[in-house]
Design a protein around this ligand. Sequence first.
Ligand SMILES: Nc1ncnc2c1ncn2[C@@H]1O[C@H](COP(=O)(O)OP(=O)(O)OP(=O)(O)O)[C@@H](O)[C@H]1O
Ligand code: SF4
Ligand SMILES: [Mg+2]
Length: 325
Amino acid sequence: MNLMELRGVSVIFEDRGGGFFKRRRFYALKNVSLNIGEDDLILVLGESGAGKTTLGRVIVGLQKPTNGSVIYKGYDVWKQKRKIYATYRREVQLVPQDPYSTLPYNKTVKEILEAPLKRWNKLSKQELEKRLVELLDMVRLSPPEDFLDKYPHQLSGGQRQRLNIARSLSVDPKLVVADEPVTMVDASLRLGLLNTLAEIKNKLHLSMVFITHDIPTARYFYHLVKRGNTIVIFGGKVVEEGDLEELLSNPYHPYTKDLINITPSIDNLYKEKPEVKINYERVDFGCPYQLRCPYVMDICKKEEPQLIGTNSHRVACYLYGGQNR
Ligand SMILES: Nc1ncnc2c1ncn2[C@@H]1O[C@H](COP(=O)(O)OP(=O)(O)OP(=O)(O)O)[C@@H](O)[C@H]1O
Ligand code: SF4
Ligand SMILES: [Mg+2]
């Protein structure tokens, strides 16, 4: 059984796109289905505004889908709340994008970590202290005694994100969603943080959803974990999915190809970069990529392409599978 399943999840928001007084409804996520097994790594790739954080918030239960279901351990978390909601909210945790805004400024590291430990477990004073030390060691805030009495503002960005990770681990989660966990951390500290996160994932056999806009970061993390299924999202839709290395060496979707081409790497750093026309407008019908796609056809503007392919590599684009006929 999958640990978690998203079935046809859509999230509709409103913005001011329809003019000053008019609000326009748009899909931040559209018909997203996803299976997350135990010990799995799912990498979520996509540019700013694609819907990555919204997806992460749906997975951890901070955003209720407008349509579709979130199934955890076989229960629908919004429809069978009494059976599963408390367990689900404890076992599925978020490491947020912004390490600065999410920690209480007036509490010490010890107080921040003690609160969830006390809420969910009956621990003696000694057990509590042992668990605090374990948690700080695990996220490599060591020696722990140097950190217990510090306030968040006395920590660096990287250390704050380590504290966020320790906080999410304190309740023994089964699934952790890491939303761009290193984006707001100083570049020199990023690799160390990714190493620690992967070490924890591998040691505890956690399922993890790792969200990033950056292919090199996804790739680095993938190799630390040694596998990882990837979904590429654009305009709230999954446009391609499969094993990351397979997807990078043999991309199908024009968006995935563009994403790879604009990513500097050792191989293409000095190559002429193709001009990618950036258009962030959303469309109401058809393929979400139609305004930027050089191969756009009539059908792309009328009907949405569905994901097709094998279990290991699927794409939603009329260039494949004879869907355009
Ligand atoms: N609560 C909200 N109300 C209205 N619109 C929202 C809300 N939250 C997000 N959005 C919009 O939904 C779209 C998807 O946002 P989301 O934060 O999921 O994107 P993202 O892929 O995480 O982007 P980034 O890489 O910048 O973090 C964006 O257009 C965003 O402005
Ligand atoms: S479905 Fe059409 S518009 Fe969308 S990516 Fe494929 S060819 Fe381009
Ligand atoms: Mg985001």
